[in-house]
Design a protein around this ligand. Sequence first.
Ligand SMILES: [Zn+2]
Ligand SMILES: [Zn+2]
Length: 126
Amino acid sequence: MQWKEAARMTEILYEPKDMSWVDKGVLGIEWNDGHKSVYPVRYLRQQCPCAACVDEWSGVRRLQPDDVPVVIMLQDVQPVGRYALQFTWSDGHDTGIYSYGLLRRICQCDVCQPVKPIEPRSRRLL
Ligand SMILES: [Zn+2]
Ligand SMILES: [Zn+2]
């Protein structure tokens, strides 16, 4: 299974070249291989890989999609070494370190996600 290892190695070589707002609340990252990723920020927050959001031992996600405020803003982005980005969110959460490999896997562009999951419309009575 050597090719799998090789695939993992190349994944690490991805680096963001440019970052911009594609739309209101949609972050765009252009990579060094020319790929243009898009990330709705709420989706990005839901994918937070930190220990508070994902159980470190089982890998089970503790954070439920509904736990993230409907209106969430990205307040700051800091590079972590040469392998990851750390986001600071308007709900005060800032412990998630998103490796470039993770960011590529969760890319929401039309090439990576040809079929978008439809967000169920909430009809819950509060
Ligand atoms: Zn988190
Ligand atoms: Zn993509």
